[in-house]
Design a protein around this ligand. Structure first.
Ligand SMILES: [Mg+2]
Length: 204
């Protein structure tokens, strides 16, 4: 029996090319600042790393991994992106999503499970108007681990005190959100943004 629905944040509970663009700019800015170079050079390095990593792995990687691969820690990256911009300024309330999540909440516990940091996550949830709907919010700070590391999935299952099969992972990135969840015997559901979440009301 399903008990908890875990939602990825970026690309799942909202989609926004403006926010993605700002995260990219924040990554360039972070590299430029910490490696003492120009933003143009930073962009060139990070986009080249992402291209190489995509080729190696067969799927696109987020800036977090590109930055890690050039020696910039997640803590440094998060500190810089928090100061660089507030994604909440670029997002609007999503009343329909709020209604759908409220309905799901009548039957299940709801959780956010994101590689993003606590401050950006709270800013985003507040801007969407859904900050009160989650029973749990797992961010990078929760375990200092990021998806797709299987350990973070195991730790969450343990924390929730449930069996993996009582958990549904909803996300937009197969290799980060869904494949590792499936490997832990969790149920999975792929979306391309919040509009696809309404379908859960029909299938659960
Ligand atoms: Mg995502």
């Amino acid at each position: 029996m399903l008990k908890v629905i875990l939602f990825d944040l970026d690309g799942t509970l909202y989609t926004s090319s403006e926010v993605y663009q700002k995260f990219a700019e924040a990554a360039y800015h972070t590299y430029a600042k910490l490696k003492k170079t120009t933003v143009e050079k930073a962009k060139e390095v990070l986009e080249r790393r992402r291209k190489e990593m995509k080729k190696e792995r067969g799927y696109e990687v987020p800036y977090t991994l590109a930055l890690l691969s050039v020696g910039i820690s997640i803590e440094e990256w998060h500190k810089e992106n928090i100061n660089f911009f507030n994604p909440g300024d670029l997002l609007k309330k999503n009343e329909l999503l709020k209604i759908i999540l409220s309905k799901l909440k009548e039957k299940y516990k709801l959780a956010v499970f994101t590689n993003n940091n606590r401050i950006q996550t709270e800013r985003i949830l507040k801007a969407l108007g859904i900050e009160r709907l989650f029973d749990y919010i797992f961010t990078y700070e929760s375990y200092k681990l990021i998806k797709p590391n299987p350990e973070v999935f195991k730790k969450i299952i343990k924390e929730l005190k449930i069996k993996p099969e009582e958990c549904l992972m909803v996300g937009d990135r197969y290799h980060f959100d869904l494949l590792p969840a499936q490997e832990q015997e969790m149920k999975i559901y792929e979306v391309k943004g919040p509009d696809d979440i309404s379908e859960l009301l029909n299938i659960l």
